[in-house]
Structure formats: structure tokens, C-alpha cells
Ligand binder design. Structure first.
Ligand SMILES: [Zn+2]
Ligand SMILES: [Zn+2]
Length: 344
């Protein structure tokens, strides 16, 4: 597959798409009906369908009977941890092996020409990005994921969360299922913006940003506080008219859904000539530039707050202009303080 039909590669070997990153047309005014219809299949396939199907499969084969979950017991919670860990290992591992170990598509469609394994870096545990990222994923990521999952299932089993049945309330639940990704986007943008404030960035979020050149295992490589905030989207189902399957979908949307944004490739080649869009460009730019694209562009929150970068020269100019204005503001504040001190 010739990736130069879709983009360009610079001297460093970094590939960039010809098409700038786009926000979903959902919240554009005036309403662009045709654009929404054209975009709709991408909303469902393949990613959201995979995460929703995994929730159904969990309910069918993994989640213990309701009576068991009425009491918090280490037995069934350890079982959930084991299944979550195996699923993460298989799902994340599949991308890692395909793209980073066997390098089946070499650097075609790869945003950053380098592979993280090529460099040692002191920022990481054992100076290896992969080892660090994997340990963080399984030590705190899957642990906190499982803890939230168990707490929510316990709440449903004891009647502390509104549990609607699919037979009696199909339309309400269909609507909630449809907005699961929108809840995630809203929640992610808010907590992400919060942990980019100086104090929380230094102590919490910088762990995730150590991976400037993200790879699949970077997805859940976070500080435990960020794991709690990020996977905490499941708690919305304590107040929403919902169902444990939709709560699991919400959790899987965060847990497994972190993958597409961090694969590091714009398109994943599957078989001969078949390409799957990762939609990772916006989040890749976040890892590259830090202070742009706090959201994943499902709701155009970054556009509304002036932090959107679509990867184009225009996006770059807007970002530089924002940095320049901020520098000016800081310089002016410093000058004011100095004048104040001199007057004293
Ligand atoms: Zn990230
Ligand atoms: Zn960030």
C-alpha cells in the first residue's frame, strides 16, 4: 500500500495525512444533515461496535450471577481482574505485535518515523517505554478498571443504580447506548483539561505524556489518579437510566477505546489493500504539542475553546499565535509585579 497517496513524509521520516483532522459533524451549526449521514457509519464501525459487542459478551460469559455480586468478595473480583487483564493483553497485544514487533506495515502511515524501542529514555521505568507502559497498564490500570467495574456491578446488584430492562425500555436504553461515546467525550475533555493544570500535570498527567511518541501500550499508561478519573466515566451510570451492559460498554469504551488514539499509525493495513482508520491524528498531535486537542473531536470542544489543531499549517499558525499571546500576558504580569515590588 502506497501511503504517499494519502499523505506526505518529511526528512525525519514522519508521515502526515493530506487531509487535516476533522471534528465530527454532530454539533455543527447549522445542521449538516448530509455530512452527518456520511459520517454515521464511522460512528458505529468498527470501533464502537467492537466495544459494545465486548460488553454484551462480558455479560453473557464473564459477569457472575447477580446474587453473587450482592456481596463484595475477592473471588469474583479476582476473576474479573484476570479476564480484563487477558482481554487487554490480547487486544493491545494484537496491535503491538502487528505494528511494532513484527512491523508488518513497516512505517507506512506512521506519524512518527521512529519506533519507541529504538531509544532508551530515562523518563521511563527501566528506561524502556514499553516495559514502563505495560507495567502501569497492568499494575494500576487494569486494577482500577476492575475496582470500578466491581463497585458498579455491586451497586446494580443491590439496587443502588437505576437498572432498566431491555424488554421494557428498549428505546430509552438505545438512546443511552447512542450517547455513551458522547458522555465519554465530555467527561474525557473535562478531566483531561483539569489534569493539564500545572500542579496536576506535574504530579499526575506527565506520566501519560512521557510517551511523546505513543504506541499501543501507551494507551493506559497513566498515573493511578488519572486511571481513576479516566475510567470513572462508568459512575455516570449511577444516575442515568441504564443497565449493567451499558455501564460495561461505557467502561470498555474508555479501557479498550484508548487504543485507537495511541496506535501511532493513521491507518492499519488489514489483509491486502484493506485499511482501517485509527482516527488517531488529533490525539497524536496532543502527545506531540501537549496543549492542543484535549478531546477526541466527537464534540468540537477544542474548537469552542480555541485549542483545536488539525495538523495543517493553519492549525500550526493558530497554536503559535496562542503561545505568543500567552507569553505576552505572562511578561506583562511579571512586569506589573516588578513595578509593584519597586514601589514598596
Ligand atoms: Zn494519550
Ligand atoms: Zn494530555
Amino acid at each position: 500500500m502506497d501511503d504517499l497517496k494519502f499523505g506526505t513524509r518529511n526528512k525525519r521520516g514522519d508521515w502526515a495525512p493530506n487531509q487535516p483532522a476533522e471534528t465530527a459533524p454532530l454539533f455543527a451549526f447549522p445542521l449538516r444533515l448530509m455530512a452527518i449521514l456520511k459520517w454515521l457509519p464511522h460512528y458505529f464501525f468498527p470501533w464502537n461496535t467492537i466495544f459494545a459487542a465486548s460488553a454484551v459478551a462480558y455479560w453473557a460469559w464473564v459477569i457472575p450471577p447477580v446474587e453473587t455480586m450482592q456481596t463484595l468478595d475477592i473471588g469474583w473480583i479476582a476473576w474479573l481482574y484476570a479476564v480484563n487483564a487477558i482481554c487487554v493483553l490480547l487486544f493491545y497485544g494484537a496491535f503491538e505485535v502487528h505494528l511494532y514487533v513484527l512491523k508488518r506495515q513497516e512505517n507506512r502511515f506512521k506519524y512518527n518515523g521512529k519506533f519507541p524501542s529504538e531509544q532508551k529514555n530515562k523518563a521511563f521505568w527501566f528506561e524502556r517505554q514499553n516495559v514502563d507502559n505495560m507495567l502501569r497498564t497492568f499494575l494500576s490500570g487494569v486494577t482500577i478498571w476492575t475496582a470500578i467495574e466491581a463497585a458498579m456491578l455491586w451497586a446494580f446488584a443491590n439496587g443502588y443504580a437505576p437498572w432498566l430492562s431491555f424488554a421494557e425500555h428498549p428505546w430509552t436504553l438505545a438512546l443511552v447506548a447512542l450517547v455513551v461515546p458522547i458522555i465519554h467525550e465530555f467527561h474525557f475533555f473535562c478531566i483531561h483539561r483539569l489534569i493539564h493544570t500545572p500542579f496536576l500535570y506535574k504530579w499526575v498527567h506527565s506520566v501519560h505524556h512521557n510517551s511523546v511518541n505513543p504506541s499501543p501500550w501507551s494507551s493506559l499508561s497513566m498515573h493511578p489518579v488519572e486511571h481513576l478519573l479516566y475510567l470513572g466515566t462508568a459512575f455516570y451510570h449511577l444516575i442515568l437510566p441504564s443497565n449493567p451492559i451499558l455501564m460495561l460498554y461505557q467502561l470498555h469504551y474508555a479501557g479498550f477505546g484508548a487504543i485507537p488514539g495511541h496506535v501511532g499509525f493513521d491507518k492499519v493495513e488489514i489483509g491486502r489493500g484493506k485499511l482501517i482508520d485509527s482516527h488517531a491524528y488529533a490525539h497524536y498531535l496532543h502527545h506531540k504539542y501537549f496543549e492542543v486537542n484535549y478531546g477526541d473531536a466527537l464534540i468540537p470542544l477544542d474548537k469552542w475553546f480555541g485549542t483545536w489543531h488539525d495538523g495543517s499549517a493553519e492549525g500550526e499558525a493558530q497554536m503559535q499565535e496562542r503561545y505568543r499571546r500567552r507569553k505576552e500576558k505572562l511578561a506583562a504580569r511579571k512586569a506589573r509585579l516588578e513595578v509593584g515590588e519597586a514601589a514598596e
